[in-house]
Write a protein that binds this ligand. Structure first.
Ligand code: DHB
Length: 491
């Protein structure tokens, strides 16, 4: 009897929940946006939809949904998160200046969910509760995905083709959505929140400068920048120590080169990283950008060409490989010329140029709280407690003073690290990835994005990855390129 009652109770709760989370098409408005080109895009809008039934924070746990004229049930959905600095973010309207407006113009549906974050609070029992510590933002975004999937038949657009997009901490969220689809570790939280009974894997993840792999981010940063930190830096010892620990991380990741398929190991890792930068520089140059040699570029030196190489005995080849010059004595000579081919990069010179455009972060760059006088970082805040106190979260503190991070925090750090899930058979990892990290973005080491792209590529995912030249920490740029890629996966 008691058991029957429980079953009936569970069924009716589920029924109620399903009703509350059912999409209401009638609440539609029509909106439009004028794009920078002067074009106007018109779309239907549904705003302020709660995506969980146990709403903890009514300011953030809502989503907005937009659907352009001419789209249909098969139209992919761009899910844009505006998470920045690991802070809370409300559901926003589309913008003509970023991928949301462009997506509508290109005929895609757009979903912009809000999510709790390190600074979101509610009043409860006379006190202030911090609602957005890790893993809250990711859970909200997953709940938004579940809402779209649960209502796929009722809502326009194809929830089996969700493309997430975010920048920086938002890029990390996008990577997490992509890497942790349907993973059972998140299920108890989502269930407690009253997320819709649906899957939460996505079709594609667009990640601009993801600030992720947080447990190893300090080591990565020092491994990359140690040589270019100023010599009298009192933080030298810690920088060196952190840098040295990164090599075991590289070993453990067990990566194969995207270029050659060869194993990536601590010995060849610096060259591997350099190759991504060389490719980026070569690409910029091929597109017509003038690159200063002073940033560490080494070009192939074209040798003077012997006369025998001339095609008809007295004229040089006409393909521009070596231009003739008249020497002072009137004799035909060949000027030694630097070729267009960038064959090497002095990495430290290049990194000094990066640091000259924006000062490096302090040591340590992420888990800074109370270490060498450091203040709480965005990451210390998001791993803080429900009273708003920031906390240490990584091996960095263990290296400094032997403090071991408690198990609960370790678990939350893991739940925020996409690298832990790429090879996990219980995860439905997105098949498509677009990852960009500006080639002068010093907010986290290039290696964070390089390793993410490499692991995904090694595991057979379709990865479009680049370090665009001269880009600082930013996102939703070169939208022509992004939408070329989206088109290529959506067709
Ligand atoms: C962001 C930037 C950072 O440098 C960081 O450590 C965390 C987040 C951001 O812009 O979201």
């Amino acid at each position: 009897m008691k058991r029957l009652f429980l079953i009936l109770f569970a069924a009716s709760t589920l029924g109620m929940m399903e009703n509350t989370l059912r999409f209401d098409q009638s609440k539609e408005t029509t909106q439009s946006l004028t794009m920078p080109s002067g074009e106007t895009v018109t779309y239907k809008a549904w705003e302020g939809i709660y995506f969980v039934t146990n709403i903890e924070d009514s300011v953030y746990q809502t989503l907005n949904f937009y659907f352009p004229d001419g789209a249909d049930q098969n139209t992919p959905i761009l899910l844009r998160t505006y998470v920045g600095g690991y802070m809370a973010s409300t559901a926003k309207s589309p913008s003509a200046d970023d991928a949301t407006g462009r997506a509508l113009l290109e005929g895609y549906a757009v979903c912009i969910p809000g999510s709790r974050g390190s600074n979101s609070t509610v009043k409860r029992g006379g006190g202030t509760i911090y609602t957005g510590r890790a893993p809250a933002a990711l859970l909200d975004l997953k709940a938004a995905v579940r809402y779209l999937k649960f209502n796929d038949q009722l809502m326009p657009g194809d929830a089996n083709r969700i493309i997430s997009d975010g920048t920086s901490a938002g890029g990390a969220m996008s990577a997490l959505l992509g890497a942790t689809g349907n993973h059972p570790l998140y299920q108890p939280y989502l269930q407690a929140m009253g997320a819709a009974p649906a899957t939460d894997d996505i079709f594609a993840a667009v990640c601009y400068c993801p600030i992720t792999d947080l447990d190893y981010a300090d080591a990565a940063y020092e491994w990359l920048y140690f040589n270019v930190r100023s010599e009298d830096d009192s933080h030298d010892t810690l920088s060196k120590l952190l840098a040295s620990t990164y090599l075991s991380r590289i070993n453990a990741l067990n990566m194969r080169s995207i270029f050659t398929g060869e194993p990536v190991n601590p010995t060849n890792y610096r060259d591997y990283v350099k190759q991504f930068l060389i490719n980026s520089l070569q690409h910029a140059q091929d597109e017509g950008t003038d690159l200063p040699d002073s940033i560490g570029i080494v070009r192939f030196e074209q040798r003077s060409m012997p006369f025998a190489a001339m095609t008809d005995g007295n004229r040089p080849p006409v393909d521009g490989r070596a231009a003739p010059m008249m020497g002072r004595g009137g004799l035909m000579q060949f000027a030694p010329r630097k070729s267009e081919f960038i064959i090497d990069l002095n990495l430290d010179t290049y990194l000094r140029y990066v640091a000259s455009t924006q000062p490096l972060k302090q040591v340590p760059a992420f888990d800074a709280l109370n270490i060498l006088g450091g203040e709480a970082s965005a990451e210390n805040n998001v791993f803080g407690d429900d009273k708003g106190n920031p906390a240490n979260f990584s091996l960095t503190v263990t290296h400094v003073n032997g403090t071991v991070i408690d198990q609960a925090t370790q678990k939350r750090v893991r739940l925020y690290n996409p690298m832990c899930f790429i090879d996990d058979m219980q995860s439905s990892v997105a098949p498509n990835w677009y990852i960009r990290h500006g080639a002068r973005d010093r907010d986290t080491a290039f290696t964070v994005s390089i390793n993410l792209a490499t692991k995904l590529s090694n595991s057979g995912r379709n990865v479009d990855f680049a370090l665009p030249y001269n880009r600082p920490h930013s996102g939703d740029y070169n939208l022509n390129d992004l939408f070329r890629w989206i088109k290529s996966i959506a067709e």
